[in-house]
Design a protein around this ligand. Structure first.
Ligand code: ADP
Length: 425
């Protein structure tokens, strides 16, 4: 025991170390900036074991070597990014064996990789190296070099550095994961931007020739004999379907990029619903479906983009017709609420399984079991409807029992009475 190593002194020193450890662990868990974290760890390591310097050596997975990632002490700048082989170095030995190592005299230890010392003109005398483990895997090595006051590193230093290394490994992995996640997010955002651009360009390029096809086909249809008209009808039908898909893609793209401009006007929602149903009536009849309407007698004013709400109604009615077997019933109801109106499209169709309900508003989502009976569509109708309704400050949702039918409801804010009264003045 050295002269001033009285039990009292040792105890108060241990308490100080413990306090420092608690402080370090708090800081380590609250820092996600990798560079700051590494710097903090090595500064603390050198302080805790009273060494001239300390370094973090991490694995470079691509090169299959170790590399100095952060260094504290003399020559620290020169050391950063220097590679150390896994075979034939103290750090490599600790890395491979996952066991800590104390080397009191590096000159006499053949494992010491002296090329680094020569390179940066530093004299490493003693080394304490401990593995940094994360989930039983070594991610690197934490080293302290040259114990101060000419004393050798002891078991207590080893214990302290190992405790720090264990915490540091977790903090480093966390910070790495966060960085990877941020990078992945940036890449995703870029991909999303590219996708939006692609849709914008592709749909624009498709629209022009499609308009030509539709124009010529309609013209020829007027002139054609019976046999040719049938064929032209098929051309027209296909082209119209394609046009609808392109419009859907464009609409969704606008909604997602926030480039939709609503054209606000005040109108009676009942009239719009009536018109939308009339337009779909022939399709419903063709499938032997009945459409019932239940609406208030008095007009119900909303301030909204009329064309956009028409798209929502069309999409919901379209789905109700598509997914209801012949002989079924579709009901459209409109109920006034406080400050809002709720519109429901209810069908007696095939319904939606409970675990699918949460997903049907996701773009391109289609219930797998419905695919066999689908008649066109890409799974864009509902996300478009949702985007439009939310832009208006409303809500849209679905309720359904598989095999029994579905109910899609959306709400829209109504024009307050007093506002209307003011306008009437
Ligand atoms: P799609 O173009 O496929 O109809 P939507 O976004 O409008 O795209 O709908 C997504 C999916 O939700 C549909 O493919 C279908 O599986 C399901 N769905 C939507 N409406 C109904 C409904 N009324 N009854 C049963 N399933 C429905």
């Amino acid at each position: 025991m050295a002269q001033n190593d009285t039990p009292q002194n040792t105890l108060s020193q241990r308490i100080k170390e413990l306090e420092l450890m608690v402080q370090i662990s708090r800081t380590l868990t609250s820092t996600l900036d990798l560079e700051r974290l590494l710097k903090l760890i090595i500064t603390m390591a050198a302080k805790l074991v009273s060494s001239e310097g300390a370094s973090i050596i991490l694995e470079d997975r691509q090169q299959g070597e170790l590399v100095f990632r952060a260094v504290a002490g003399p020559k620290s700048k020169a050391l950063v990014n220097i590679h150390v082989p896994i075979e034939g170095s103290i750090a490599g030995t600790v890395f491979k064996t996952q066991a800590p190592l104390i080397v009191q005299n590096t000159e006499r230890d053949p494992r010491h990789y002296s090329a680094v010392d020569r390179n940066i003109q530093f004299d490493t005398q003693s080394i304490l190296a401990v593995p940094m483990l994360f989930k039983q895997q070594t991610i690197g090595v934490l080293e302290a070099v040259n114990k101060l006051e000419n004393r050798g590193f002891d078991q207590h230093d080893l214990q302290i550095l190992s405790t720090l290394a264990a915490q540091a490994a977790i903090a480093i992995e966390n910070a790495r994961l966060v960085t990877e996640l941020q990078d992945a997010n940036t890449r995703l955002a870029e991909l999303d931007r590219l996708k939006s651009n692609f849709i914008a360009i592709a749909s624009h390029e498709l629209r022009t020739p499609l308009t030509l096809i539709l124009g010529y086909a309609s013209f020829l249809r007027q002139e054609a004999d019976e046999a040719a008209s049938k064929k032209l009808d098929m051309v027209l039908q296909g082209a119209t379907q394609l046009q609808r898909l392109i419009e859907d893609m464009v609409n969704l793209n606008h909604l997602e990029t926030g480039s939709v401009e609503l054209s606000w006007s005040e109108f009676d929602l009942r009239t719009l619903i009536q018109e939308a149903i009339e337009r779909q009536q022939q399709f419903a009849l063709a499938r032997s479906l009945e459409i019932d309407i239940s609406m208030p007698v008095a007009p119900l004013s909303v301030r909204a983009d009329r064309e956009k709400i028409d798209i929502v109604l069309n999409n919901l009615l379209n789905n109700a017709i598509k997914f209801t077997p012949p002989g079924g019933r579709i009901q459209v109801t409109m109920r006034p609420q406080t400050g809002a109106v709720a519109v429901s499209v209810i069908d007696t169709g095939i319904g939606i399984p409970a675990d699918e309900l949460a997903h049907i508003f996701e773009r391109f989502h289609q219930v797998a079991s419905h695919l066999t009976r689908r008649e066109g569509g890409m799974g864009l109708g509902l996300p478009i409807a949702q985007g439009i309704i939310e832009l208006h400050g409303g809500r849209i949702w679905a309720e359904s029992v598989k095999g029994r039918g579905s109910r899609f409801t959306f709400t829209l804010p109504t024009v307050p009475h007093n506002e209307k009264d003011l306008k009437d003045v």
